[in-house]
Write a protein that binds this ligand. Structure first.
Ligand SMILES: *[C@@H]1O[C@H](CO)[C@@H](O)[C@H](O)[C@H]1NC(C)=O
Ligand SMILES: *[C@@H]1O[C@H](CO)[C@@H](O)[C@H](O)[C@H]1NC(C)=O
Ligand SMILES: *[C@@H]1O[C@H](CO)[C@@H](O)[C@H](O)[C@H]1NC(C)=O
Ligand SMILES: *[C@@H]1O[C@H](CO)[C@@H](O)[C@H](O)[C@H]1NC(C)=O
Ligand SMILES: *[C@@H]1O[C@H](CO)[C@@H](O)[C@H](O)[C@H]1NC(C)=O
Ligand SMILES: *[C@@H]1O[C@H](CO)[C@@H](O)[C@H](O)[C@H]1NC(C)=O
Length: 396
């Protein structure tokens, strides 16, 4: 039997020789579940390690490394799962009915979850207990305001939700009404504050990310929004007052495509920020002129610059319909699900320069119509003090 310290030395040598093995979870429409995978970043081995059969699993949000929330579009449910270290999911508590969810998020202190329903024009919140398990029923709001523009701009279509850095505000991008619904977070649910209309219509706000953290020295909190109707990204500076937060546009929206696609080509989908806070990546599901999906990379300029974003590159996503993508916490690996190609691509990324490799180092096949991909790893989140520094800096 080997001495334990010798074992530790040996395993260190093995890790250095083989590189780091990352675990990812991918939901697959036709594979009927959540598929655990590993990616070895030394030899680029990217493989399926397990499958949790879950009918209709769609969006996945991880909280830490042992809790996940999944949405079920065709059964109108949201549910909590326990996550094993290998990425296996086990249902925890009971699924809760919410209007056709396409997205689920959770508040900073896991007091409640929120869902957005693109198909039915609604949002919902469900309180969580101290273990992060949902307590039914949901509180639901249907946005009834009709929209005169043609389909899909025919009604409210909230597509996602995002909590600001202070944990006090919840913003829902609404693809149909071309606005951001701003809510104040309370103990178990959120209260409507106001609507921030998009500067131009139709634009189709879909997903959003926050910036400002961790570049805390002279940056302020900002919200970057990807618009799926006009295929652009716009940047809002977040100004905080005592009981409110307002959004001021920085410059104008920047296109995610080389050639404008025209209003009826809805292609922009996912938006990511590099872990160091300096670059944005937007996916285009069916990009012009590449023919397949593509990824646009933008440099984020300081809040005082005239334009918030500068386009660096647009490269192929390695397949068709890149609806979801994710960067690992070191900012070195970008994983992209190419749903219509039944493949998942792994790209090298350099978050110091914003350089995204033009071809993947590996393609994972065997998951049909992959939907959402997440890295199973702990992410650093801002401390309350860092959040407060950013909030105060917003009054520049
Ligand atoms: C939901 O969708 C999944 C995957 O497309 C399918 O396997 C499942 O049977 C569907 N469930 C219902 C109730 O339609
Ligand atoms: C969670 O945060 C919200 C917003 O700050 C607050 O109202 C609520 O009381 C907090 N809940 C717990 C259990 O700390
Ligand atoms: C909060 O700020 C928004 C945007 O500036 C404004 O429209 C709204 O009236 C404010 N709400 C309150 C309660 O102060
Ligand atoms: C988009 O499609 C609608 C309905 O087919 C059509 O009326 C409109 O002219 C199109 N707009 C553009 C910019 O192509
Ligand atoms: C992807 O898989 C689905 C389901 O098996 C199949 O219908 C489709 O043809 C496949 N697409 C490609 C590009 O292979
Ligand atoms: C992955 O697939 C893309 C698109 O088909 C191809 O260009 C690339 O060479 C493949 N990479 C590997 C390592 O197989």
């Amino acid at each position: 039997m080997l001495h334990s310290s010798l074992l530790a030395v040996l395993s260190l040598v093995v890790v250095q020789a083989l590189g780091k093995v990352h675990t990812l979870i991918i939901s697959g429409d036709s594979s009927g579940g959540a598929v655990s995978t590993t990616f070895n970043d030394a030899n680029f081995a990217f493989k399926i390690t397990g499958n949790t059969p879950i009918n209709g699993a769609d969006w996945i949000t991880l909280v830490g490394t042992s809790r996940a929330y999944l949405t079920f579009r065709n059964t109108s449910l949201v549910a909590a799962y326990d996550v094993s270290p290998s990425g296996r999911l086990t249902l925890a508590g009971s699924p809760v009915s919410v209007p056709v969810p396409v997205y689920v998020g959770v508040t900073h202190n896991s007091s409640f979850l929120f869902t957005a329903s693109y198909p039915s024009g609604a949002i919902a919140t469900v309180p969580l207990d101290t273990h992060g398990l949902p307590i039914p029923p949901s509180t639901t709001t249907f946005f009834s305001a009709p929209d005169p523009l043609p389909s899909p701009q025919d009604q409210a279509r909230p597509h996602s939700g995002i909590v600001d850095i202070t944990g006090q505000y919840l913003i829902y991008p609404d693809d149909g009404l071309d606005s951001l619904h701003v809510y104040k977070i309370g103990a178990n649910s959120a209260t409507f504050l106001y609507d921030q209309p998009s500067p131009k219509r139709p634009s189709g706000p879909r997903h959003a990310v926050l910036s400002g953290f961790p570049v805390v020295s002279d940056w302020v909190p900002r919200l970057h929004v990807v618009n799926e109707e006009d295929n652009s990204v716009e940047t809002w500076i977040m100004h905080y007052s005592r009981n409110n937060m307002s959004l001021k546009l920085q410059g104008s929206a920047v296109s995610t495509l080389k050639v404008p696609a025209g209003m009826n080509v809805s292609t922009a989908a996912e938006l990511l920020i590099s872990p160091n806070g300096r670059f944005l990546l937007a996916s285009n599901r069916d990009a012009v002129p590449l023919g397949t999906g593509s990824i646009a990379v933008f440099r984020i300029n300081p809040p005082t610059a005239k334009t918030a974003l500068t386009l660096i590159s647009i490269t192929s996503s390695g397949g068709a319909n890149p609806r979801s993508m994710s960067l690992d916490k070191t900012g070195k690996w970008l994983v992209v699900v190419n749903g219509n190609s039944n493949s998942t691509a792994m790209f090298a990324f350099d978050q110091e320069t914003g350089f995204l490799a033009s071809t993947p180092v590996a393609n994972l096949t065997g998951i049909t119509i992959p939907q959402t991909v997440v890295w199973l790893e702990d992410r650093r989140v801002p401390t309350a003090i860092e959040a407060e520094v950013l909030r105060i800096q917003s009054n520049f």
